[in-house]
Design a protein around this ligand. Structure first.
Ligand code: HQG
Length: 182
């Protein structure tokens, strides 16, 4: 069951963040998809799940990646998109420092050119070192960078916080980065 829900969560990431066209799904400007449409389109392509299973994924997902709207008719990913969406996040004052977890092999490029958003809308930052390390582990041997957000704010950078507490910003120039000791 757990495996089944993890697989469903991966599928939701794919169609709600990156490739809705895979199943002919439409996302509106805010990134919302119609739940009944999502289920019907997935099921017709042999990806079978029910609304209660979907609800279970949303309720149990540790990162709280997905959300239903108030009446439960629509669903969206809370962050992490590569498709163009406007999540309507308000600019938010960040803590003095934030953290970014990455893989060791990316360090030379990052220290040269800063953190780039790559395929996503934003660079993703974490409020604590432990979370950043877990994010970095997804890519290889993890390294954690400390981001001088106070310095970036003085430079005029904007920060946003997703509903599931991921900090987002456009880019982090190398001068605001420091590598933490392992
Ligand atoms: C790296 C997960 C070379 C960057 C997590 C990262 C997160 C550079 C990778 C969310 C670079 C992009 C996002 C540069 C950045 N040169 N490499 N100049 N600038 N990079 O997956 O931050 O599970 O797009 O360090 O929890 O790892 O999906 O970003 O290693 O919140 O909900 O390029 O994904 O959330 O990788 O992860 P990603 P990320 P979910």
């Amino acid at each position: 069951m757990e495996r089944r829900l993890a697989k469903l969560s991966k599928f939701l990431s794919l169609v709600l963040r990156h490739q809705p066209e895979r199943i002919g799904l439409a996302l509106d400007d805010g990134g919302w998809a119609d739940v009944a449409d999502l289920i019907a389109r997935a099921n017709s392509r042999g990806i079978n799940f029910t609304r209660p299973e979907l609800e279970k994924v949303l309720a149990t997902n540790a990162k709280q990646r997905f959300a239903f709207n108030s009446d439960g008719a629509r669903i969206r990913a809370r962050q992490g998109h590569s498709v163009e969406v406007n999540l309507g996040l308000a600019e938010t004052e960040p803590p003095m420092v934030l953290f970014h977890g990455t893989a060791e092999r990316f360090l030379p490029a990052i220290l040269r050119e800063g953190l780039k958003r790559q395929a996503r809308h934003h660079v993703h930052l974490s409020a604590d070192e432990g979370t950043a390390r877990l994010v970095g582990q997804r890519h290889g041997r993890p390294v954690v960078l400390r981001v001088d957000t106070a310095g970036m704010r003085r430079d005029g950078a904007s920060f946003f916080r997703s509903e599931n507490n991921v900090w987002l910003t456009e880019t982090v120039p190398p001068g605001f980065l420091a590598v933490l000791a392992p």
